[in-house]
Design a protein around this ligand. Structure first.
Ligand code: ATP
Length: 307
């Protein structure tokens, strides 16, 4: 079942189109990562589908409903810029936002929400005294306080210390195991690689690639390095000649010779050829391209509208 469906969603500010005919579908239970460089249009897209701003054109449905008011209480949002009341405590905020979203939380329930983001010990503190990272955690807490099914998190871990960032990642995974759907943006590609089930890359207002990490990787070759020990080489010249049939970047180091093959399909042939020469493979390293490498390649070279 799709919980987010956007068709041709477009936003222009003063004649400049910043989100351009975006089609996007997110299934229930996904942790969907929405990536793009600064200014790509991610927050504008989230702001449109969460009702913060109106689209210029296009349609969208959340939880199967095009009238947002009907599903408002089933959606949680951490916007790109959260606003709080300095004189209110964290606890007051959670109860207040819960109420706005149709959920009257007891003090025990509000404490449990604050505990999930690591703010329990600051429950009674006035938010005016909160640091940036604490406010970000409070923003996440208010987004999940009313137990929504669909949660939008715009950069949930930016400005948060490394340890808290890991806890927030775990919280996002926990929310998924509770059956919720998470749509998030992040500039932390390592985090997206670890937790997201699907990823979209946006550039200049359009989605230039979308899929699971494996699907995104499919267009890129892995780097495969094979190492054999020198001591195994009875006839280095003939082995060198043989390797040239399969391998590139052949280099002799102190203990071993290493070379690379350009596809996993060639590994079997290389191992067979080496076995025929009575040479044991010492190590094979297969390095798949990281999301960071894919992202940098995609967002820097692909032209607008390319698939
Ligand atoms: N209210 C606005 N009025 C005019 N232009 C805007 C407005 N909001 C956003 N923009 C412009 O729209 C473009 C997309 O901005 P947006 O905030 O959606 O990008 P983003 O991908 O979320 O970036 P970041 O990663 O920096 O948060 C930018 O060029 C921005 O200047």
């Amino acid at each position: 079942m799709s919980v987010i469906e956007a068709g041709g969603l477009t936003k222009a500010f003063g004649g400049k189109t910043v989100v351009d005919k975006v089609d996007l579908t997110v299934a229930k239970g996904e942790i969907y990562g929405f990536l793009g460089r600064n200014g790509a249009g991610k927050s504008t897209f989230i702001n449109m589908i969460t009702g913060i701003i109106l689209p210029t054109s296009g349609t969208f449905k959340l939880l199967g409903e095009s009238d947002l008011q009907k599903v408002q209480n089933r959606i949680g949002v951490l916007p790109d810029y959260s606003q709080f009341y300095d004189s209110m405590s964290a606890m007051d905020h959670i109860k207040f936002f819960g109420k706005i979203n149709g959920c009257k939380l007891s003090t025990t329930e509000a404490n449990a929400v604050l505990d999930r983001v690591g703010l329990l010990e600051h429950a009674k503190k006035k938010v005016g005294k909160f640091s940036f990272g604490m406010k970000k955690k409070l923003g996440i807490a208010q987004a999940i306080a009313h137990n929504p099914e669909l949660i939008f998190l715009d950069e949930p871990t930016s400005g948060i210390d490394a340890e808290s960032g890991l806890s927030i990642q775990q919280l996002i995974r926990d929310l998924q195991s509770e059956g919720k759907t998470i749509f998030m943006t992040s500039h932390n590609l390592n985090e997206v690689e670890k937790i997201c089930t699907r990823i979209a890359i946006m550039k200049d207002g359009t989605i230039i690639n979308e899929g699971t990490l494996e699907e995104l990787r499919a267009h890129y070759s892995s780097s495969i390095e094979v190492k054999i020990k020198h001591s195994a080489l009875k006839n280095p010249d003939s082995v060198g000649q043989m390797l040239k049939r399969f391998a590139t970047q052949i280099s002799a180091q102190e203990q071993y010779t290493s070379f690379t093959v350009d596809s996993e399909a060639k590994i079997a042939a290389v191992v067979r050829a080496l076995t025929k020469e009575n040479i044991d493979v010492y190590r094979i390293n297969v390095e798949e391209p990281s999301l960071e490498e894919i992202f940098l390649e995609e967002s820097s070279t692909k032209m607008k509208g390319a698939s």
